[in-house]
Write a protein of this length. Sequence first.
Length: 171
Amino acid sequence: MSFSTSRNGAAYIHGVRKTMNGSLLECLVEADENKESRQSFSSRIVLVIQDCGKETGAESISMNKLNPCRYGSCRVRNDYGFELLECRCIEQYTGLYCDQLVEWAIYYEVMYYSPFFALIAVVVFICFCHTCVEEARIECPMSFEKHVMRDNLLVDMKGYYPAMFMSPEQV
């Protein structure tokens, strides 16, 4: 196992295996301000090995406990000779491990349920219009019997259509 540091102060460990999960790593940092009174600081870190998982069979990648990406997929990228784990977040989440909610993500949740709300609004609108129409005053259609004499409405059917009133023996 070997170590290297970057310009921004990040320490990279090379040659780490899954079997080293839970191992204790001690970092010793020496402050070189004054060579006579050199101070050193030590830090102990418990290693947590995280990977995207290569399990097959019953255990899927989404059930991998070592997968650090909370709301997204992870991949291992080969960068200048060593592997880096990187998370690809879904649109509502961001951050190094896809665990921070984006401020406009609530709109995605509302848009998911918006057809249901629109359907309820249309049903309420139709019910409201129906009650308004029922409350309107209904006028009866004009009756001709008030204006036309009753005698003119009686039609002599036998006189106008004698063939309809004939029996089969008469034919």
